[in-house]
Design a protein around this ligand. Structure first.
Ligand code: GLU
Length: 510
């Protein structure tokens, strides 16, 4: 088998969409599984769409996601440069090879010429109004003009493009590892521009030339490139590289959560979830889009989730580390159908990965939020908080967001609990309980529990009846983590002062 060499070949046109991360991931898994090479190539030949900062952003995003690049932009390697805008001379040479072999031609048509051609074909009832087998001989190109005319136009610097001369009467077969065999009649393909008038290659030429020169074994990319694959196969043949052609695998589309159409940034914005890996600031508009990272998603959770967007292991196991994914991944188990993007599932993965962390690790996440709030807290206390909060959080910042009451006494109280549970029984129990707690040197969860139980027993009131009122006085909320542990963490003085404040502020309902 040939060496596995795969590439992630993004165009630096903006923030890196999670679909891009998924493509990079599948390439990476295949490379690692086969002791192969993961290459990063920057496809920046479309100068009109180039966005400054996008390349650095891509590199940073991959690093955050844990996708390591072995060769390519930012790393170097035997086939540098890996930025296509720096490879112009190479593409020129290969375009010339196609021209010399009669596989490509110069075309001098103006915009108006092209428009007139489309109108003509439309009027004649042709569905596919393309520059190709049926129309090329009516156009202004080196197939229709004499050699002298062509030389003259080139000499006077007339603007031109180089087009691929799609072979006639051929069935072009693309073998896709996911979709099987796709056969296309060559008449369906247009004579694509290979070199633009600005001297830059188009995506098609640069992509095929580089995949060949960089000895790429597998092209794994999004389904949107499937329609280009027959052209690429045809180009490989024209270059005489058919035997070195990579294998293709076109990944299923990522769909909106309701399955209706392709997932876009607009959908994500509307539904309030990120679509880019890291925060992205649009250099033109200044608009900041929040990334998965900054929204509190752990890279390992996002990777696990993305692995399942189109692939499945064929077993019920859902949690896979990168190493495990490398072991079990296979292109054969990638589905053809588009996959719905479900942000709730991403959050579920985040929860699972947070829960799997030790309380010590989690306490560092809480400490980060506390530092930002300039709140000091002992490590021991942070660990205790994380231990009782870990089942309740989805994001690292939730330890703080959902646990503010560990540091600040409530200033307002959940009205529905006040009206239902703050009654004379509760007031009687809490005022006695508060006095008892005040006499304790320190509180442990067990000690507060037994103190509370002896108070309720002596007053003949069921503990269960007043628990919500107690929680309300301590946290202001109707629900939360283990209440006895919460009181242990807060400490006896604070427990008393909170209960006393609630007793002084809230009016019992009956
Ligand atoms: N530059 C293309 C993109 O940004 C790469 C397509 C391919 O992998 O061939 O999607």
């Amino acid at each position: 088998m040939r060496d596995v060499r795969v590439r992630f070949a993004p165009s630096p046109t903006g923030g890196l969409h999670i679909g891009g991360i998924r493509t990079a991931l599948y390439n990476y898994l295949l490379a690692r599984q086969n002791n192969g090479t993961m290459i990063l190539r920057i496809e920046d030949t479309d100068q009109g769409r180039f966005v400054p900062g996008a390349e650095e952003y891509i590199i940073e995003s991959l690093a955050w996601a844990g996708i390591k690049i072995d060769e390519g932009q930012g790393v170097g390697g035997p086939y540098s440069p890996y930025r296509q805008s720096e490879r112009k001379e190479i593409y020129k040479k290969y375009a010339q090879q196609l021209l010399d072999g009669g596989f490509a031609y110069y075309a001098f048509d103006t915009e108006q010429d092209l428009e007139a051609m489309r109108d003509r074909l439309k009027a004649a009832g042709v569905d596919n109004q393309q520059y190709g087998i049926t129309s090329r001989m009516q156009m202004s190109n080196s197939l229709t003009l004499s050699k002298a005319e062509v030389d003259h136009l080139l000499n006077v610097g007339a603007p031109y493009v180089i087009r691929f001369k799609v072979p006639e009467n051929q069935q072009i077969k693309v073998i896709d590892l996911i979709r099987g065999e796709v056969v296309v009649e060559s008449s369906q393909i247009d004579d694509k521009v290979l070199m633009k008038s600005d001297g830059m290659p188009t995506y098609h030429l640069a992509n095929v030339v580089d995949d060949y020169l960089m000895k790429i074994s597998h092209v794994i990319r999004g389904e949107e490139w499937l329609p280009s694959a027959p052209l690429h196969v045809s180009l490989y043949k024209s270059f005489g590289w058919h035997n070195e052609m990579p294998q293709f695998a076109h990944l299923p589309l990522l769909l909106k959560p309701d399955g209706n159409g392709k997932l876009s940034k607009r959908d994500a914005d509307k539904m309030g979830f990120p679509i880019f890996s890291l925060n992205w600031t649009d250099p033109k508009t200044g608009e900041v889009s929040k990334g998965f990272k900054e929204s509190g998603y752990l890279p390992e959770a996002l990777i696990n989730f993305l692995a399942f967007l189109g692939w499945n292991p064929g077993t019920p196991q859902e949690i896979f580390s990168m190493e495990e994914l490398i072991d079990v991944f296979s292109i054969e188990r990638i589905g053809k159908a588009g996959t719905k993007f479900d942000i709730h599932k991403t959050q579920w993965y985040n929860q699972q990965y947070l829960r799997a962390k030790s309380e010590e690790e989690l306490s560092l996440l809480l400490m980060r939020s506390l530092d930002a709030e300039q709140i000091s807290c002992s490590k021991e206390k942070a660990i205790k908080i994380c231990a009782i909060m870990k089942e309740r959080v989805t994001f690292p910042h939730d330890f703080w967001e959902l646990g503010k009451f560990f540091f600040h006494a409530p200033v307002s109280f959940d009205e529905s609990v006040v009206s239902k549970k703050w009654n004379t029984d509760a007031v009687n129990v809490l005022s006695t309980f508060s006095k008892e707690v005040e006499t304790l040197d320190e509180v442990t969860a067990d000690l507060v529990k037994s103190t509370l139980e002896s108070v309720t027993a002596s007053l003949g009131i069921g503990t269960g009846k007043i628990l919500q009122a107690l929680r309300l006085s301590i946290t202001g909320n109707a629900s939360g983590p283990d209440l006895m542990m919460t009181m242990e963490i807060i400490g006896n003085k604070e427990v008393c002062s909170r209960i006393n404040y609630a007793l002084a502020t809230l009016k019992p309902s009956a």
